[in-house]
Design a protein around this ligand. Structure first.
Ligand SMILES: Cc1cc2nc3c(=O)[nH]c(=O)nc-3n(C[C@H](O)[C@H](O)[C@H](O)COP(=O)(O)OP(=O)(O)OC[C@H]3O[C@@H](n4cnc5c(N)ncnc54)[C@H](O)[C@@H]3O)c2cc1C
Length: 398
């Protein structure tokens, strides 16, 4: 580290931390971006699917090097043999090379003037003394103490910064998803589609996915579940079964896994001179498990409020609550709604779940024409009335 004191120390050079560090450095702050791994972005623990180029370009100049696939549709294999296929005929999303993507973002932060320190694990963060927090950073086997006027914990799902600050960051069931992924050297017959299997005859509280990386000639085949039942197959066993069923004999290049926070935004994740963003604050979409885009949005929002805090001379927890409020407006409320939909669908009895997906299929396949609306809304209404207790629990938590 070049300095003993920084305006801001960002812990974690994932998408959320790097975006935040870049914007703060661009605004003229002295920023240290600490990453515990020797190489930013590696190893990848992600299915690597995210939003379309247009959405990414709201936050960065998109670099074609890290774009693997343009996604134009989705296929859902639902219970009862229902397959829902959606072809948008336009770009719906992209598949990334997360190593290149994460490195590109961290490099952007460096180009704006942030100092990137890899191999640097933050192991301790103090309370506020004289308007500063002290961080203990392990680097090359030695502990270094540096101070910061503001600390950003963008240290992912297992966030240490969150725990040190006293937030409830622990990933406990049912607010967490265990996920495993195989990188398989094969090309899927639907290379521009994301394919899913979900429901009571595969994985109910989660899904199996196949995400094709066309440039690299591989697919990411994974599965994740919220509450695996005791004694049931492990995520690895399920992934291997699907792999052999879909691509018998194909080479598995890598296996990785991790936990995905699916609780919806933490209730509290900012305090005096410290805030969390991205997976650390459970900003991941609780229905899909996708956290790249919301992590980026949170990183951007964090930088905005830290800048305002410095300018107004107020980096108190009370002031930074406005950051939490804006995250809620930008994605938290939508995540909450999507979580409720997920709880409702997964909670349906098997027969009703099959019925739900048939109705959904009708909606998608008829592109929600007037005729489909006339047919589907009464059917959804009947399902909701029949399972009203579940509706109450899912949407109002009662
Ligand atoms: C199997 C799996 C599949 C997934 N698939 C998708 C998908 O297809 N699409 C999608 O959008 N999301 C997906 N996700 C979720 C996505 O990977 C995360 O939401 C996203 O990476 C969050 O970004 P982040 O910057 O908050 O955290 P991270 O990307 O986790 O970055 C945190 C960084 O902090 C570093 N760090 C941690 N602790 C310390 C410390 N003490 N000191 C210094 N550095 C530290 C870590 O090394 C890491 O680089 C998936 C997750 C898993 C596990």
């Amino acid at each position: 580290m070049k300095s003993k004191h920084y305006d801001v120390v960002v812990v974690g050079a994932g998408p959320s931390g790097s975006l935040c560090a870049r914007n703060l450095a661009r605004a003229g702050y002295q920023v240290l971006l600490c990453e515990k791994r020797p190489v930013v972005g590696f190893p990848v623990r992600c299915g690597e699917a995210t939003g379309p180029r247009k959405r990414l370009s709201d936050f960065m100049t998109v670099n074609e090097d890290y774009l693997e696939t343009i996604i134009t549709g989705a296929i859902m294999h639902a219970p009862g043999g229902t397959t829902i296929r959606y072809d948008a005929g336009r770009e719906l999303g992209t598949m990334l090379d997360r190593v290149l993507f994460d490195q590109d973002l961290a490099n952007q932060a460096v180009r704006e003037g942030a100092e990137l320190q890899t191999n640097a694990r933050v192991v301790e963060v103090s309370g506020v003394v004289d308007n500063k927090r002290t961080l203990t950073i392990e680097l090359d086997g030695q502990a270094h103490a540096i101070t910061a006027s503001m600390v950003v914990g963008a240290d992912g799902a297992e966030s240490l910064i969150g725990r040190k600050a006293g937030f409830k960051t622990r990933n406990l069931p049912p607010g967490t998803c265990t996920a495993i992924e195989l990188r398989v050297r094969v090309m899927d017959p639907n290379p521009n589609h994301l394919t899913f299997w979900s429901g009571q005859d595969t994985i109910n509280n989660g899904y199996v996915w196949v995400f094709p990386k066309v440039k690299s000639g591989v697919v990411n085949l994974g599965c994740g579940e919220k509450i695996p039942k005791l004694g049931s197959k492990t995520m690895l066993e399920i992934a291997m079964e699907f792999k052999e069923r879909l691509y018998p004999g194909a080479e598995i290049e890598a296996v990785h896994g991790g936990c995905v926070p699916v609780s919806g935004n933490l209730e509290e994740y900012s305090t005096d001179r410290l805030l969390l963003c991205g997976d650390a604050a459970h900003h991941t979409n609780p229905l899909t498990g996708g956290g790249i885009m919301s992590g980026i949005v949170a990183g951007e929002t964090a930088a905005i409020w830290i800048d305002k805090g410095f300018k107004s001379g107020d980096l108190s927890g009370t002031f930074l609550k406005q950051y939490e409020a804006q995250c809620w407006e930008r994605f938290g409320r939508t995540h909450r709604r999507e979580m409720a939909i997920g709880t409702f669908v997964t909670g349906l009895p098997a027969k009703d779940q099959i019925q739900f997906y048939r109705v959904f299929q009708d909606m998608v396949h008829s592109h929600l024409s007037l005729a489909s609306k006339v047919r589907t809304f009464p059917q959804l209404g009947m399902l909701a009335t029949k399972n009203f207790g579940l509706v109450k629990k899912s949407f109002w938590g009662k």
